[in-house]
Ligand binder design. Structure first.
Ligand code: DX5
Ligand code: ZN
Length: 216
């Protein structure tokens, strides 16, 4: 089953509650939550207190994307804040396998991701233990960037490996996804779609319907 995970980074934070309600009313189950530390990426987004506070407001599955150096430092904090899945960058971990193992031990799903310039082989040792593999189709750090088409080849290579070693693992893509490239993204084996600008820009309900039309 394909999943649409709208990226909260593109939401209007002054109207966050009504916007999250619109997602839930339209049967969205996942929310992509981008955490940026100003070190791994130039920008700073939000952290645990914000996640804890929206956790009380909605029942969405928190698909948390950590763009954070040494993410193992914060595993328990994100668990306590209400994250359901933690995706860490292979470039940011001291010991990727150990970090993912800890994420699972505390009762969250574990995801692994890589920057556009990082070779697929860097994450292959970890895809067997992952609940989700995320392919970045923009340079992490900002919403609203242009899709990098090479991400499609990466997704195909990872999908091939997943079918061999971990067929139930989700394959997610994040960055610059819109109605014009969605079909090729799905065609590359991706089953979990992150979209920020293309969902929160304009009429959210209408945008979800159009995405669904292609994803169904
Ligand atoms: C980028 C973030 C993305 C971003 C996607 O660093 O990881 O999740 O919010 O936004 P769009 O869909 O606008 O590219
Ligand atoms: Zn993201």
């Amino acid at each position: 089953m394909n999943i649409l995970s709208p990226s909260m980074l593109a939401a209007d934070f002054g109207r966050l509650k009504p916007q999250l309600d619109t997602l839930e009313k339209n049967d969205i189950k996942w929310l992509h939550v981008d955490v940026m530390d100003g070190m791994f990426v130039p920008s700073i987004s939000f952290g645990m207190p914000v996640i804890a506070s929206i956790r009380k407001q909605c029942g969405l599955f928190f698909d948390t994307h950590l763009m954070v150096v040494d993410p193992e430092r914060y595993i328990m904090d994100f668990k306590n804040a209400g994250s359901d899945l933690l995706t860490v960058h292979v470039e940011a971990c001291k010991d990727t396998a150990c970090t993912m193992k800890k994420v699972k031990e505390v009762g969250m799903q574990a995801g692994i991701t890589l920057n556009p310039e990082t070779d697929v082989k860097e994450i292959l040792p970890f895809v067997g233990m992952a609940d989700l593999v995320l392919v970045m189709s923009v340079h992490p750090g900002f919403g609203g960037q242009k899709f990098i088409p090479e991400a499609l080849d990466k997704a195909r290579a990872i999908k091939k490996e997943l079918l061999k070693v971990n067929p139930s693992c989700r394959l997610e893509m994040d960055g610059g996804i819109n109605l014009s490239n969605l079909e090729s993204v799905l065609g590359s084996g991706v089953d979990t779609i992150v979209a920020g600008t293309a969902i929160f820009g304009g009429d959210i309900e209408d945008n979800i319907k159009r995405f669904r039309g292609i994803m169904a």
